[in-house]
Structure formats: C-alpha cells, structure tokens
Design a protein around this ligand. Structure first.
Ligand code: MG
Length: 344
C-alpha cells in the first residue's frame, strides 16, 4: 500500500521541494495566466481604467523563529519582505495589509515591540499599513505569532520587468554581501547557538531599485534572494528565460565571518537566505551604470557585477553554474531538502 504523502518542512525551504508543491499543487489547482508568470510580484493591468497603467501586488507570510534576532525581528521582516517583492516589478510600493495570527499567552510587550519595528520599517520604505486582521489561536497552536503582509504599488506606464525578459549577454548584479540573514538566525537558535557579530540584513530595497531604474532603461528583472538564497533566485530566472547563468565565485561579495560560519555548518553560502539584498539582471551596456547606482545607495555599497547570462548548453535544461577562482566550474543547484526551517 502506498504511504500517504504529507507536507514536510522542506516544502517551505525555497528550494526544489517548494518548487514542486507550487508547480504540482498550486499552479495545477488554480494557476491563472498572471500567477503562472512566476515573478515575485503579480503585474495587474489597469488598461481598462487608464491605458498603460498597472499595479504590482504581492503577499508573504512570516513564521521566523525566534521572533527577535540580531539586527531585526519578525515585524521588520514582514514589512521589508513584501515591500521588496512589490518593488521587484519596478513599482513604487504604497500600501500594505497586515494579518496577525497570535498565540494565546503571548506577552503584550512583545507584540508592542513587533508593532514598533513594523512602524519604523514602513516609515523607511515610505509605505502605509492601511488594513489588517487579528486572529488568536489557543496556546500551543502557533508559536507566539505569525504575520502575513500583502502590498500594492504603482508601476509606471511602459515598464515591464520580468524573468522572461532575460537574454544571453545580460549581466548579473547583486546589491551586497550574501548570507547575512541566514547566519544571523542560525547564530541564535537554541540548538545551534554560536557567537558571531553578523546581523540580519533585513531592509526595504524599494529606494535602491528606484535609483537603478532612474539611471538604467534596460533592466530586465529584479528578485530578492530570500529562502534558498542566490541559488534559488538564479535557477528561477534560468527556468523563466531558458538561458544558462554563470557567476564567478571571486566576484560574489561574502563577509569573511559568514563564509567561516558556512564552512563550519556545511552550508553553501549561495543557498543561505538574505532579506536585504537584490539580484538585478541588466543589459550588458548598462551594467556599470546599474552598479554605480546601487553603490551610491547605502544599502548597495557592496554591490558587484557577479556574472552573466549565456546561451544554454543543453536546450531543454538551462543550467546555473559557478566558476571557481581556479577556473573550474560547478553546477549551482537549488537547495534540496531543508537547510533551516522558519528562516523568515
Ligand atoms: Mg521575493
């Protein structure tokens, strides 16, 4: 008799199994033409109201444990995560909704801290929280609190950013050092605590995206390398555009302490989560201009051009690879299994 399949933690990893549950269940069950685009934000045409205008719309839930960690907390993540997803469409994020699921027994003082952190992050991003919902479940039925945020933003007429626009020859940029958020969370998990000065990078990147779009007209796509890290983001882009993507290890910014922690824990830094970094794919002509725009913003001071998009070597199977400083090349796969549950 076949054993009944159940949901596993790895289905929330941002890697291969999450892609499977999305493709096989959600897309299969209710995939609309817009959902099936597979970008971080849905682009909603308002052509029938005002020709050329459109909205960016995205949603995200936050279940991070612990709820407060070096550099940020669940409230800051909940604002930044959704602002960043809305902004990936090249939109100006404007309004957020916020739904709380609270566990009976949560200290009101803890909830107040989370709310203050959300208010601060919303101010930084320049967005308003305009609607919300509050549910409470019995003790033991949730872990302190979970938050869902949704956001909308305005996309300028004529702007069309998507992983589907990416072409061979385009350059790959990242706005700063990789792995900071994931390592900050691991450093304070009870079962794995070790000391580090690394703090979460959680930050709203809508202003950085706007800066890049001000100086570049040939940006193809943005995506934030959250769960599953850079490896998932680049594999998702490769799938969308059908091209290979190659990055160069020595060009990828990683803090020494993060690299050391990854070595110690056996993690591939390219698969570790980030909450304040943006990957940008841009026409080669404008790569330097995009880099300059990122570096001029304090949140992009460590930005780098890390690789390029190439004609696929196997037509039906686009590959993402990393070239090592010694010139050898290895395939960069999506995370298989679960690296660290409840990272965001
Ligand atoms: Mg995202």
């Amino acid at each position: 008799m076949k054993k009944e399949q159940t949901v596993l933690l790895a289905h929330g990893s941002g890697g291969v199994m999450m892609k499977e549950i999305i493709d096989d269940l959600f897309y299969e069950g209710y995939g609309s033409d817009i959902l099936l685009q597979g970008d971080d934000a849905a682009k909603l045409s308002l052509d029938h109201i005002k020709p050329g205008s459109s909205l960016s719309f995205s949603t995200d839930s936050f279940v991070v444990s612990p709820i407060s960690f070096p550099g940020a907390d669940i409230g800051r993540l909940a604002i930044c995560g959704t602002v960043n997803d809305v902004a990936t469409a090249g939109a100006t994020p404007l309004y957020l909704s916020c739904g709380f699921i609270l566990e009976e027994g949560l200290a009101i003082s803890e909830l107040k801290e989370v709310i203050a952190s959300m208010a601060k992050a919303a101010k930084e991003a320049g967005v308003k929280i305009v609607t919300g919902d509050t549910k409470v479940v019995e003790r033991g039925k949730a872990d302190k609190l979970f938050i869902n945020t949704s956001g909308i933003g305005i996309i300028e007429p004529g702007r069309n950013l998507s992983g589907h626009n990416i072409k061979a020859g385009d350059k790959v940029l990242v706005s700063g050092t990789l792995g900071d958020h994931g390592i900050a969370i691991i450093s304070c998990r009870e079962e794995l605590s070790f000391s580090t000065t690394i703090t979460s990078d959680a930050a709203p990147l809508n202003h950085l995206i706007a800066d890049v779009l001000k100086s570049c007209s040939k940006v193809k796509a943005f995506r934030d390398p959250t769960r599953g890290g850079l490896a998932s983001t680049l594999n998702e882009f490769a799938d969308q555009c059908g091209q290979d993507i190659k990055i160069y290890e020595e060009k990828v910014p990683v803090k020494d302490e993060v690299r050391a922690a990854c070595d110690m824990l056996g993690y591939d830094v390219y698969q570790v989560a980030n909450e304040g970094k943006m990957v940008c794919i841009v026409d080669a002509e404008e790569a330097e201009a995009a880099l300059e725009a990122m570096r001029a913003n304090p949140l992009g001071k460590d930005a780098a051009i890390i690789g390029e998009v190439c004609t696929p070597r196997k037509a039906d199977h686009p590959l993402v690879s990393v070239v090592t400083p010694f010139g050898s090349e290895r395939v960069l796969d999506m995370l298989v299994g679960e690296q660290l549950p409840r990272i965001c």
